[in-house]
Ligand binder design. Structure first.
Ligand SMILES: Cc1cc2nc3c(=O)[nH]c(=O)nc-3n(C[C@H](O)[C@H](O)[C@H](O)COP(=O)(O)OP(=O)(O)OC[C@H]3O[C@@H](n4cnc5c(N)ncnc54)[C@H](O)[C@@H]3O)c2cc1C
Length: 459
């Protein structure tokens, strides 16, 4: 019998995955529960509906999102092609007419003879041999329960509580000091950078934090966040009691500023976030402030006046796996060959990144069907780096991640000028992706020739 693939979820990742599988000659059953069963954020029954902003990020090749878009173009992404065809004027950003975008993707998939779209909620992980789960941040409750059973208790999260990430070379090292509370750490100087605050600086910062503007939360999400007391946004903590942060994430206990020999009134700790040491996580600073407000308020912290943020903080409903424990960088589930995950559920953030995971999962699932091993995308590419991060970050503190230059391995020659460095990283990424895509295309052509002769599974 002809092998087939099951894709659960017709969002950005699932739609891209279904299309890529069909392009490779594989029959697909695509399950999408809308419009019969809706999520709290989607409004239509269209596939690939954009739930919020209509922007897919900057197209400028000197940005991480521009690079990611170009990599997807090299790989032949359907969603990127449709987005470019449905774009509306938005400066350097790739913004789309959301309705036209979703309808066009839906039509492409409906017209594809190898794709059968079933409008049904999938209640548990299908037992078919080749499956991609792409049910997104708002995965339905019964499927979530099934995922938790397979992943293990505590390995599926329901909210993200993301603290901002700062580019390490943008902090003022002459103001911050290294150290761990009570010298408990692995690195000789201490595992953290600490930004010290005097009493006056602390209260000035807290006042700005308490009065800063937050993202408005939809009613359904407010309800659910009320149960999420264990991980409060830093601004909520400060609003409840101005001193609460000083006794919580900003407590200076066990720390002395080596330059004064004194304990600061409060500290903000920055923890290394990636192996390349280029990103620092603001410990305990999960936040729902608007991004412009985060930049304004957090730059009041001594040492962060010139900080560049690789990722801003955020908090919202988001179902995602503890991917560092559960997934290979090929997006295959460690406990079951043939089962792949794609989209936001893997911990990748952003529309384009999520479409990219659909592409990767489809390529690798096709390879499983053909009986050849899945491929790990090169780390020099933005897509490869993103997948490497979500499958290799620390599992205890794992939170979703979007494309940024800090994820890429450093260049052989260190370029201090940021613009030159980014340009060199982009050139290396695109060259690597072109070579990798060409290599995979050759392999796929060889598979197609063999399958015509009936020598492969699926023929
Ligand atoms: C409120 C909100 C706002 C967001 N705003 C942005 C933004 O502005 N920019 C951005 O880049 N990202 C945003 N995101 C993240 C965004 O969701 C992702 O970037 C992207 O949509 C994820 O793609 P996906 O394919 O993983 O999930 P989705 O696009 O959500 O697709 C998952 C699909 O699976 C379906 N599904 C779920 N459970 C089942 C089931 N059991 N059976 C069958 N079908 C099922 C859903 O109906 C949905 O169509 C937002 C997320 C949320 C929740």
């Amino acid at each position: 019998m002809q092998e087939y693939a099951v894709v659960v979820g017709g969002g950005l990742a699932g739609a891209e995955a279904a299309w890529q599988l069909a392009r490779r000659g594989i029959s697909v059953i695509l399950y999408e529960m809308r419009p019969k069963v809706m999520t709290g954020a989607h409004r239509t029954g269209n596939l690939a509906e954009l739930v919020c902003s209509n922007s897919l990020g900057s197209q400028d090749l000197s940005t991480a999102s521009g690079l990611l878009q170009e990599e997807l173009a090299i790989l032949g992404s359907l969603l990127l092609t449709v987005a470019r065809n449905c774009s509306v004027p938005a400066g350097t950003a790739l913004a789309v007419d959301r309705e036209m975008f979703a309808i066009t993707v839906t039509e492409y998939l409906q017209r594809e003879p190898l794709i059968e779209i079933r409008r049904e909620e999938v209640l548990q992980i299908p037992t078919d041999p080749f499956v991609i789960i792409a049910s997104g941040p708002l995965t339905s409750p019964s499927l979530s329960r099934s995922l938790e059973e397979v992943a293990g208790m505590g390995q599926l999260f329901f909210y993200d509580a993301i603290a901002p990430l700062v580019e390490a070379d943008s902090i003022r090292e002459e103001v911050c000091f290294r150290g761990s509370r009570y010298q408990k750490g692995e690195l000789p100087g201490g595992d953290y950078w600490n930004c010290p605050l005097s009493r006056e600086e602390y209260f000035r910062f807290i006042e700005a934090l308490r009065t800063a503007e937050c993202f408005p939360l939809p009613e359904w999400e407010k309800e659910q966040l009320r149960f999420f007391e264990g991980c409060l946004p830093i601004e909520e903590l400060a609003r409840r009691d101005p001193l609460a942060p000083a006794f919580g994430p900003m407590r200076p206990a066990g720390l002395r500023d080596p330059r004064t020999g004194k304990k600061p009134f409060a500290v903000v700790q920055l923890r290394q976030d990636n192996v390349a040491c280029s990103l620092l996580n603001m410990v305990g600073f999960q936040t729902n402030l608007k991004w412009s407000e985060q930049a304004r308020v957090f730059r009041l912290i001594p040492g962060l006046e010139t900080a560049r943020f690789a990722r801003f903080g955020q908090m919202h409903r988001n179902t995602f796996l503890c991917s560092p424990k559960l997934l290979e960088p090929t997006l295959e589930f460690r406990g079951r060959p043939g089962l792949f995950f794609a989209g936001q559920i893997t911990g990748v953030e952003g529309y384009v990144g999520n479409a990219g995971t659909g592409l990767v999962a489809a390529i690798n699932l096709a390879r499983r069907i053909w009986g050849i091993p899945p491929r790990v995308f090169p780390r020099e590419t933005m897509l490869g780096s993103l997948l490497w991060y979500v499958t290799h970050a620390g599992p205890e503190t794992f939170q979703p991640m979007k494309a940024n230059f800090g994820l890429l391995p450093p260049l052989e020659t260190n370029l201090r000028d940021r613009e030159l460095r980014h340009r060199a990283l982009v050139e290396r990424a695109l060259q690597t992706m072109r070579e990798f895509a060409a290599e995979m295309a050759l392999e796929e052509q060889a598979v197609a020739r063999l399958s015509k002769k009936g020598a492969l599974i699926g023929s």
